[in-house]
Design a protein around this ligand. Structure first.
Ligand code: CUA
Length: 297
């Protein structure tokens, strides 16, 4: 789809360049030529010719040509029925300011990362839990508004494996910038493994000691960890340790980053909904970080 969009774009660019060159040439000619006496009737006749040619015929032709190439390109991004292998369904919900990603067929939920099989069609059902966001992975083409109370579908397809970057592209408040989506296309077999590892993942042991208490009283009220808490309002933490970043792209998800995020998330991402942890003793936060690092298949 992205390739088709690019083709149409380059076609438009080439034609617009041609128009620019032609208009510039006429303009230079008009400046350079000797003035000639023209009767009013002649002037009107010549003007009319230019208005009809340059103002009606040329734009109409351009629009028709654009439609001929543009309509099929637009359709390729629509979730039309296909034969053979069916598109993978993924639900992506925008929140201030993070992405909830859910695979309805397997029940797997993750956050701020979208893992897809390369080469396969993926129908992304986008919606929002609060304000208007916009789903955009530039290199996979297309862009779709995420509206509260409505589901839009955008079809994407990664031509090869690799990492692509997504970004919310509709201003959605203070931290709109920090709403990045890590998109990774894998071989179908690797993708199946990724899903299988998470499908029946349930934790039985909560965080140890004080951290466990803090999790039950506070974190678990909003964050889900499969088997331990229901959550529902904040990012699902079940496979937290496998994500590349924290806070939707604010800081690397390594041991140090995780500790900084727990302590300083209010500074790192001002306005985010997670309450401050200033009243939690540092050793408890450390204990929490140690445990969060184990949340992986
Ligand atoms: Cu979400 Cu901008």
């Amino acid at each position: 789809m992205a390739q088709q969009v690019a083709n149409v774009w380059w076609g438009m660019f080439a034609f617009a360049t041609l128009v620019l060159v032609a208009v510039s040439a006429i303009w230079i000619y008009a400046l350079a030529r000797k003035p000639r006496k023209t009767s009013d009737e002649d002037a009107i006749r010549i003007n009319r010719r230019w208005v009809i040619g340059g103002g009606i015929v040329l734009p109409s032709l351009s629009i028709i040509v654009l439609l001929i190439f543009g309509i099929p390109t637009g359709r390729s991004m629509m979730p039309l029925p296909v034969e053979g292998e069916q598109p993978l369904k993924v639900e992506v919900t925008g929140h201030q300011w993070w992405w909830e990603v859910h695979y309805p067929d397997s029940g797997v939920t993750t956050a701020n990362q979208l893992i897809i099989p390369a080469g396969r069609l993926v129908d992304v059902q986008v919606s929002s839990a609060d304000v208007i966001h916009s789903f955009w992975i530039p290199r996979l083409g297309g862009k779709m508004d995420m509206l509260p109370g409505r589901t839009n579908v955008i079809r994407i397809q990664a031509g090869h494996t690799g990492v692509f970057h997504g970004q919310c592209s509709e201003f959605c408040g203070l931290q709109h910038t920090h709403m990045k989506l890590h998109v990774e296309a894998m071989e179908q077999a690797d993708f199946d493994g990724w899903i299988a590892a998470r499908e029946n993942l349930r934790f039985t042991a909560g965080a140890p000691g004080e951290a466990g208490q803090v999790f039950d009283d506070r974190c678990g009220q909003c964050h889900r960890v499969a088997g331990l808490s229901e959550g529902g309002r904040a990012p699902d933490l079940t496979d937290l340790a496998t994500r590349p970043s924290l806070g939707a792209g604010v800081i690397d998800n390594d041991s140090e980053g995780l500790r900084r995020w727990l302590r300083e998330h209010k500074d790192l991402k001002f306005g985010n909904a997670m309450p401050s942890h200033d009243d939690i003793p540092p050793q408890t936060l450390d204990q929490m970080a140690d445990w969060l690092e184990t949340l992986a298949p």
